[in-house]
Design a protein around this ligand. Structure first.
Ligand SMILES: NC(=O)c1ccc[n+]([C@@H]2O[C@H](COP(=O)([O-])OP(=O)(O)OC[C@H]3O[C@@H](n4cnc5c(N)ncnc54)[C@H](OP(=O)(O)O)[C@@H]3O)[C@@H](O)[C@H]2O)c1
Length: 330
């Protein structure tokens, strides 16, 4: 059987999305063949498209880490899944539940193997059954953004009722974060460059809305709103010089979950500012298969509806990337 998939081809120093075909090889003992229903884009997919230097030199790049589909064939030793099961891929194919190893980075989907494809072959340890309560369109949002938000807010952030949490911008991680924090009874702050997006974030449970176009010194606004105390947890998705503002908006003994660097990949914050607040900084690199299972359980238990902005056809993939680059979505 032939597979049709997108590949990122290098042309004149720039990558270009091209459609390719390849024969699907016989399944190995623990592999499953998935007929892809949906793939979802994350900011990382744009970074890879626009040539983020990868620690791994893959011969070919097949985009998108996040994907869902139906199992159409299984290898002889597959024990946890059967034909017809609805499944999603795990971000790191090799990270099941144990302590993270750097070698797992090479197993991230959206590089050598990705879901922008009609079919995908994965090992059964790299997939998770989709809960009956979730549609394919909802489940496809989970593997990267939802897991990252859940690990930052609940697993590592350990927030509880009344804790204050700040989200920067209204991207995929922030919106899931707001929904998760709301379910945990937190007081939620969110910044955005768009009034319209702030209204949507408010609908998902954000209590305090800060428009950074009108209030560039948003850290001062956070301190004003919180009676000069600051917030207990910040999901840092902007990085760069923004971290200094995050440190200023942080409450004593607060925590910063370092997630992303939308503003810049370099930063020069002073670790002493953490010390003066007796604060902590931890990082989140998506999560394991077990984290995806826990995230899905949390989402189902709290009847959280993943936010789907727009659906594109397979043929229209290039426009989906262009749409994401404009940051007009929510
Ligand atoms: N460490 C991990 O495991 C992990 C996992 C997922 C994502 N990430 C990283 O986390 C970050 C967010 O990812 P995402 O998927 O949520 O992003 P996204 O869905 O693409 O959304 C990003 C949002 O951030 C805001 N934004 C973008 N550029 C900005 C800038 N220069 N200054 C201020 N605000 C900006 C915009 O919101 P407004 O229009 O509302 O301002 C935008 O909609 C990215 O850096 C991504 O690589 C890391």
């Amino acid at each position: 059987m032939e597979n049709i998939y997108y590949s990122l081809k290098k042309e004149n120093q720039k990558r270009e999305l091209v459609i390719r075909t390849k024969k699907i090889s016989a399944l190995r003992l623990n592999e499953v063949l998935i007929k892809v229903k949906y793939a979802a884009l994350n900011y990382r997919d744009i970074l890879i498209y626009d040539e983020e230097p990868s620690p791994v030199n893959h011969l070919e790049i097949i985009p998108t880490s996040d994907g869902v589909g139906e199992i159409v064939s299984i290898g002889k030793l597959v024990s946890q899944f059967k034909v017809g099961d609805r499944v999603m891929g795990t971000f790191f194919q090799d990270w099941v539940s144990e302590k993270f190893k750097e070698s797992y980075i090479a197993s991230a989907l959206g590089e050598q193997v990705g879901f922008l494809s009609r079919y995908v072959v994965l090992n059964e340890k790299g997939i998770v059954q989709i809960a009956d309560e979730l549609t394919f369109e909802e489940a496809v949002c989970l593997p990267c953004a939802a897991v990252t938000a859940w690990v930052a807010i609940q697993k590592k952030g350990q927030i509880s009722k009344g804790t204050s949490v700040l989200f920067l911008g209204t991207g995929g991680v922030s919106i899931f974060g707001i929904q998760i924090a709301k379910a945990l009874g937190a007081q939620i702050f969110v910044t955005s460059r768009s009034e319209e997006k702030l209204k949507i974030a408010n609908g998902y449970g954000a209590n305090y809305l800060i428009n950074t176009q009108k209030t560039p010194d948003w850290d001062k606004e956070v301190l004003n709103i919180s009676n000069r105390v600051g917030v207990d947890l910040i999901a840092e998705t902007l990085g760069g010089s923004n971290i200094r503002k995050s440190l200023s908006a942080l409450a004593p003994e607060g925590k910063i979950a370092f997630i992303g660097c939308l503003e810049s990949v370099t930063t020069n914050f002073d670790p002493n500012s953490l010390l003066y607040k007796n604060a902590s900084l931890f990082s989140v690199y998506v999560g394991s298969r077990e984290d995806l299972i826990s995230t899905q359980e949390f989402i189902v238990e709290h009847t959280i509806k993943p936010h789907v902005d727009k659906i594109f056809t397979f043929q229209d993939a290039e426009n989906a990337f262009a749409y994401l680059r404009k940051f007009k979505f929510l």
